[in-house]
Design a binder for this molecule. Sequence first.
Ligand SMILES: Cc1ncc(COP(=O)(O)O)c(C=O)c1O
Length: 397
Amino acid sequence: MPRFSKAVSSLRSSEIRDLMTLASRPDIISFAGGMPGNDLFPVEEVEELYRKLESKHKQAAFQYGPTPGLPSLLESLAGFLETKGLPVKENRLLITTGSQQGLNLLAKAFIDPGEPVLVENPCFIGALSAFRSYEAELRGVPVDRDGINIEALRHETERPEKAKFLYITPYFHNPAGVLYTTERKRELIETLQGTDIPLIEDDAYGDLSFFEEDRERLKPIKAINPPGIEVCYTGSFSKILGPGLRLGWMLVPEEIYQKCELIKQSADACSPSFTQVLADQFIRSGQIYSYVTRVREEYKRRAAAMVAALREHLPSYVEWNEPRGGFYIWLTLPEGADATKIMMLALEKGAVFVVGKTFDPAGKRNNSLRLSYCNNTPQEIAEGIPIVAHAIRQVCG
Ligand SMILES: Cc1ncc(COP(=O)(O)O)c(C=O)c1O
């Protein structure tokens, strides 16, 4: 028997990953994965960008690069982030191997075994597993339609054993779909100020907004730059170019950057130069802006198809959000309902989703489920949602 470390002995394969194996059967309509639509990737545009590169840039693409990222990408990405009002010059930018690595680096930088961290409930599974892998004690704070519950957050910040950080996904939350209101962000800032609890602000989906009027709500807390809070902002190319590039970034204060850069050196030395060169060209050519506009429209269309199907088929006791951007719709079922039973029934009939307890920091609460509309045609949505709704009625009446 291999004698594993304590830290990895407690790691379990997530239900989401196990399900992906089942869901990849070609006859199953999957609302499970949070993946961009395969048909939407800018394959030809990127081919053309690569073809046009000078030889020396092509060679650099095959070479190791500096740990913080290729200088040219750091520069072009800084320009992209400045359009969101982010204080790039007053902070340090680090290219990461997906924003998942950013979360892992921050977790390693802050967490000693048994120490508490604050997370939203529900919470992005990748963050939960990164924090679990350093043996954090996860303290969940509920999320409602407007964002994190401030009363509960205040209570957590006042507990004697102080949390090492708070992690949030305020812009088209995964899995709850929520876009924080401006008011809720203000309250969150006031609650954290003076507590010495850093904030990790994960903005993986903020570019995928459906409505122009939400611009103000999408302004990152990092861009508000509130005094008295160390904000670690993370972002990703996964939803605005492709997850296969494995590229993300973090924008963090100098001291935190120094630690993360050292940790990254020992993790992977540098993120892929090949995809960094491509991402750099994608920004510099301006295509990132037109591409984001295009995919936003497409996701809005897919979301509308799912909303229409849910309105038609769901029983009225199910609560759910109408998405304003991002990839997800979160269904809350009556108290005590078991989403796993519903999932098994739906799977038999050919549709799959992710059950709620996957996103519960305690891994228990299961009267909820996540549907993704990002990687399905409107026709698949129209076929699959009645299957899910029927399974809900079978279990909940
Ligand atoms: C909220 C959130 N953060 C981070 C990530 C990680 O993305 P990546 O590592 O591909 O950049 C995801 C992926 O689904 C996500 O949903």
